[in-house]
Ligand binder design. Structure first.
Ligand code: IPM
Ligand code: MG
Length: 360
């Protein structure tokens, strides 16, 4: 197959980790005789510096005409001024919105060899295999009105949490579809004891649950979910929740996997390409040192193969190469090890090639 992949490396460790994932994707292409074409464009702080905007028109157009988008990370201290009108993160929010990517899939499945890398007791991590589906184009991140005004001599700031029924429906329905191929359980997370948007969320989830009796639906308040994610994480299968709750809960859930650097994500839902990015940020403190963990981005590339290019066997080849590299003891600094990003990438790439020899 031929595929055109837009690579938006972004800031901080973004360029290093996307380069690793591209190297692994090239190994996949070689072993399956696929042709992947990579088109590099700017997003975030580097785009602000070079083009004055965090999501240049050329970047957006290149993404729209691609089969999938691979993204690194955006942001950094250079662009962190809270009073700045133009910020790197706006580029990320805008591309999600422009591509209609309403669902962000964040799987968390700790590797058996990494249980001790988590601060959570190992026995609680056994059997953890959950998928958070974060609503990505609504809620507090996009609601209007928003902004600042001067009221009685002081500043008043407003963000709005807004959800329309169709926005809830489509993401919860996706959660049910995904649950059907897993352990058939959906936990819908809200704050229905306080928020009107959450009451609409719960009511909508309830009606979808009634239409899909083969999947078990439970409702959970977000504060309870935050607790259960660390006290009994193996009880979850698919969690579905609004944008900001999902942002917060997935950073928390990443602790189960030993490091945020391990976790991939897929953003889906638009008529066009899906977007694949690690859940970690730009990590400016370690950028350029070659010690970042590339696995979150490499696993995001595997999700790209599965969800956008429908190359399931190739996705599995990457996932099992990553599993094997970890089993062999490869560890970047975030996992307490000394392997460099290059060491890990080279090993995973060679395992992907090797897999071909085994199964050819
Ligand atoms: C994430 C990040 C982003 C978000 C930031 C960088 C805007 O935290 O993808 O989880 O909040 O969505
Ligand atoms: Mg986040």
């Amino acid at each position: 197959m031929k595929a055109r992949i837009a690579v938006l490396a972004g800031d901080g460790v973004g360029p290093e980790v996307t380069e690793s994932a591209v190297e692994v994707l090239m190994a996949v292409a070689a072993r399956g005789r696929h042709t992947f074409t990579f088109i590099h464009h700017r997003i975030g702080g580097c785009a602000i510096d070079a083009e004055g905007t965090p999501l240049p028109q050329g970047t957006l157009e290149a993404c729209k005409s691609s089969d999938a988008v691979l993204l690194g990370a955006v942001g950094g201290p250079k662009w962190d001024d809270p009073t700045a009108a133009i910020r790197p993160e706006q580029g990320l929010l805008k591309i999600r919105k422009e591509l209609g990517l309403f669902a962000n899939l964040r799987p968390v499945k700790p590797h058996p060899a990494l249980l001790s890398a988590s601060p959570i007791r190992a026995e609680r991590l056994v059997g953890v295999d959950l998928m958070v589906i974060r609503e990505l184009t609504g809620g507090l991140y996009f609601g209007m009105p928003r902004g600042r005004e001067s009221v009685g001599g002081e500043i008043r700031a407003v963000d709005s949490m807004v959800y329309e029924e169709h926005e809830i429906r489509r993401v919860v329905e996706l959660a049910f579809r995904l649950a059907r191929d897993r352990r058939k359980k959906v936990t819908s997370v809200d704050k229905a004891n306080v928020l009107e948007t959450s009451r609409l969320w719960r009511q909508t989830a309830q009606s979808i649950g009634a239409a899909n009796p083969d999947v078990t639906l439970e409702h959970m308040l977000v504060d309870t979910a935050a607790m259960r994610l660390v006290s009994s994480p193996s009880a979850f299968d698919v969690l579905v929740t609004e944008n900001m709750f999902g942002d917060i809960l997935t950073d928390e859930a990443s602790v189960l996997a030993g490091s945020m650097g391990m976790l991939p994500s897929a953003s889906l839902g638009g008529p066009g390409p899906g977007l694949y990015e690690p859940i970690h940020g730009s990590a400016p403190d370690i950028a350029g040192k070659g010690i970042a963990n590339p696995i979150g981005t490499i696993l995001s590339a595997a999700m790209m193969l599965r969800y956008s290019l429908h190359l399931d066997a190739e996705a599995e080849a990457i996932e099992s190469a990553v599993d094997d590299a970890i089993t062999e003891g490869m560890r970047t600094a975030d996992l307490g090890g000394h392997d460099s990003l290059k060491d890990v990438t080279t090993r995973i790439t060679s395992l992907v090639h090797h897999d071909k020899e085994d199964h050819a």
